[in-house]
Design a protein around this ligand. Structure first.
Ligand code: GLN
Length: 199
């Protein structure tokens, strides 16, 4: 049974721990470099990427996170966590740092402000035909991707149709939305399979 960490600096840590628990893996919060060394996969939750980034530096986790990503640790980022995995950020704060690893440019708060949070069906490659009812909260979208990045999901309807909201590059997975808030564990299951080397 793999141990999967949830980066616990800030954000919706408990929700991810609960979903992972339900999938039968060992799920643990990660706040220190030694704890990071002990996991086989990591979730970077939703929250506020600017705050998370500053805390990662303060807790001396930013460099260890980059090292582990570089060495191939499977990581799944949701929303702010997607921003943390992006190599480039638009509409960030000045000097905003990320862990990086996915060769993509994301735009922060791309869909609008908190009051414009919304749900929309998104079809995700690799988890079956039934669309995910995706919850977007001040979400980023993926503005552009490098050649090694696979778009796994796009918004289906409306003026944002076609916007990329789920991507994978090697062992890194990211979604603009929050499956940990919906009771649909299929994307977490995909990630667990990635950690097990089965996806
Ligand atoms: N807007 C937030 C950020 O920039 C992300 C919001 C979220 O994670 N729900 O980090």
């Amino acid at each position: 049974t793999p141990t999967i960490g949830v980066l616990a600096l800030q954000g919706d840590v408990a929700e991810h721990l609960r979903v992972l628990d339900g999938l039968g893996v060992r799920a643990v919060p990660v706040l220190r470099p030694e704890e990071l060394d002990a996991v086989q996969g990591l979730v970077v939750p939703g929250g506020e990427s600017t705050t998370m980034s500053k805390l990662a530096v303060r807790y001396e986790l930013m460099e260890p996170l980059r090292k582990h990503v570089h060495e191939g640790l499977p990581v799944y980022g949701t929303c702010a966590g997607m921003i943390m995995l992006a190599d480039r950020v638009l509409d960030g704060i000045e000097g905003q740092q990320t862990i990086g690893g996915i060769d993509m440019t994301v735009r922060r708060n791309a869909f609008g402000r908190q009051t414009e949070s919304f749900e929309a069906p998104v079809r995700i490659e690799g988890i079956g035909d039934e669309p995910v009812e995706a919850v977007f909260i001040r979400a980023p979208w993926v503005e552009s991707t490098g050649a090694d990045v696979r778009a796994l999901g796009q918004v289906v309807h409306g003026e944002r149709a076609g916007r990329i909201v789920a991507v994978r590059q090697g062992s890194l997975l990211a979604t603009s939305f929050h499956p940990e808030l919906t009771g649909d564990a299929r994307i977490h299951r995909l990630f667990v399979d990635m950690v097990k080397g089965q996806a």
